[in-house]
Ligand binder design. Sequence first.
Ligand code: ARG
Length: 467
Amino acid sequence: MSLKPWDGRFSEPTDKAVESFTASIDVDRRLYNYDIDGSIAHCRTLARAKILTRQEAVDLEEGLEKVRQEIARGEMAFYDRLEDIHMHVEDRLSAHVGDLARKLHTGRSRNDQIAVDERLYLKAETRGVLVQLKDFRTALVDLAEANIHVVMPGYTHLQRAQPVLFAHHMMAYYEMVSRDFDRFAAALDRMDVMPLGSAALAGTTYDLDRAYTAGLLGFSKISENSMDAVSDRDFMLEFAAAASICMTHLSRLSEELVLWSSAEFRFVELPDAFCTGSSIMPQKKNPDIPELVRGRTGRVTGNLVNLLTLMKSLPLAYNRDMQEDKVPLMEIVDTLKACLDIYSRMIPNIRVNPEVTEKAANSGFQNATDLADYMVAKGMAFRQAHACVGRAVAYALDCGKELHELSLQELQQFDPGIEEDVYEAMSVARMIDRRKVYGGTAGANVSAAIARARKHLVNSASEIPGA
Ligand code: ARG
């Protein structure tokens, strides 16, 4: 049995229960590629500082590559007694290069090693998320464009408020997801800091060229303070926060799709391939994907709270508590990626029912504001017009009609200035078209917003660093 790295200090072997309790290998083995990348860069930095000979560095590097292959092929055995991925790699390395393996850890601690592994892992995952968000944005723009003439009710308080274009509604989600993209891009910039050289907490005694290590590993910055470098997990908190906000957006969209696909709304038809049925009720077609995405939002937000709680009282610098960061972080990454992937696949296959949404846009007195605006245009003060239309709505409700179903004579009871052109003013097409203000739902605006989005998406390929 191999000795523990700290064996010299200890008079009895570690208790078996302690070994299994403290081990993190089941989780951090996923970091093996990054751990080996970090070790190779460290090796080369040691050689550059003449702490290792060129040959030693080459031998270590070759050995590390062999370990990488063994793990990739599933040939490596993992043991609790070797605790984590760092010790497993070093232990296996000694099988290839013998005692030379014991030189690898010169000038390094597992504290800066795990920090570099996690940053490398999260940088790669964040780039992947940025690519996914770009695809998701494209899917939203496609859906908006394919339905550019579809009108629907816009809601406040989930009550019909004013008609909007379906495309305007979808482009609202485009805006949310664009902000998500920006948040992840900003988080990526801040996680792009290389901590090696910090060693346990105070900095290594060896004269390591940290900028050189950073260059080898593709980091654009090196950490400024060794204590911060080994104890900082802000980069994952930021990722977790960005992921929680992004999932909140997906969850809101999910909620709408669940509602819209119900018999009560019938605004959209979800693709059969993305729904399941019931084991007892033969008629059922359930919106499982939106429901599960909405449900999994809790996991991501819960894990953000987990990470914040983990960090909140930790004194500087490294504390073993921080080993617990991997489970929530990886669950956030995996969940977010899976949800973005399934959504980008489902969105292009959503079918809108334009007759249903149009009928809905024409009911529920959504033209009340426009009728008031019409009266204002004819000279009435807005407050007064609001009151007149309120009375007209009450009257129409009594007759079981919409405002535009009242006769001219009926409408003139509320404002004698009303003329025949009021019906045009109260039409859905006119109401939408009048919202020409920048950011409003007028068709020309929405088409322009779609065009801007398309242009941005074409140009933004270069926005994803390293992608
Ligand atoms: N497995 C540990 C972690 O994930 C690595 C660092 C351990 N450092 C230590 N001093 N025990 O945090």
